[in-house]
Design a binder for this molecule. Sequence first.
Ligand SMILES: NC(=O)c1ccc[n+]([C@@H]2O[C@H](COP(=O)([O-])OP(=O)(O)OC[C@H]3O[C@@H](n4cnc5c(N)ncnc54)[C@H](OP(=O)(O)O)[C@@H]3O)[C@@H](O)[C@H]2O)c1
Length: 278
Amino acid sequence: MNEKIVLITGATDGIGKYAAMALAKMGYHIILHGRNREKILATASTIQNSVPGCNIDWVEADFESLPAIKKMSQELHEKYDRIDVLVNNVGAQFHELRFADEGVEVGFAVNHIAPFLLTSSIIDLLLKSECRRIINVSSEMHRNMQYFHFDYIYGKEAYSLYDYYSNTKLANLLFSYKLSRVLEGKGFTVLAITPGLTDTHLNPQRTPELVQRAVPVELGAVSMIEAVTSPSLQGKNAIFLDKDAQVEPTSSASYDIEQQDKLWDMTEKLLGMKFTVL
Ligand SMILES: NC(=O)c1ccc[n+]([C@@H]2O[C@H](COP(=O)([O-])OP(=O)(O)OC[C@H]3O[C@@H](n4cnc5c(N)ncnc54)[C@H](OP(=O)(O)O)[C@@H]3O)[C@@H](O)[C@H]2O)c1
């Protein structure tokens, strides 16, 4: 029995849900995260029915809400004295420009601010594990951006779903690479991954063309499952796994240290906190 505790955000649908089931079958203790209580309970019960005796727990938080993420972190601290693996998987696309409570564009809030806050809030629980693995789910779409558009954070440029979403997927890499530097020497493994184009509910406009090009979730989850389970990745940092779980270089914009630092500092400022690792 594998005793590792894995928290997967956005585990009520798509790639996260598939990976949760697959990892439960391998004996991992899974903490499902979702925003919709009914979907969370249904997912937990589907997994329990398929894997009798598995360890499944859940937490709930809408990633558009900072107080909800803080409450989720508090609950995790009440229940757990360590978490071995955090998979920052939640990702969303938005058809219209909209703003989250803290005044930033909602895609940036859900895809970047939320995982930053969650990671920082439970870094002490990860530090208590020997595994200390953090997996950030990005996308090949980060390559659409020549540089990170800070203007998008406040919706200052014309809205396009693909540009704004791609910008957040670049943010996932800037975050992941900076996090690797911040945690250097502390025994962490920080990986970024892409599932590749996968047939999920991410883009509600599932055109026949998109469905035809996309792979099913069992293939989309390959890199995530490998990132969680592979012993050979232990201690690796600032790397990106492609859809086949092969190490692949990312865009030059993602390696820009100045942009990584700027985004990190700006995020801390927005949240009014410092990412502290004791
Ligand atoms: N699918 C692709 O082709 C593809 C390609 C590259 C990268 N990715 C990345 O892969 C990750 C997973 O995407 P997916 O394709 O599996 O998408 P999905 O099927 O839409 O699943 C997304 C998960 O995130 C949750 N979520 C969305 N917004 C949330 C919010 N505001 N608060 C809390 N949870 C929220 C969803 O909850 P509900 O169940 O309540 O909706 C669901 O559990 C994302 O980071 C995405 O950017 C996907």
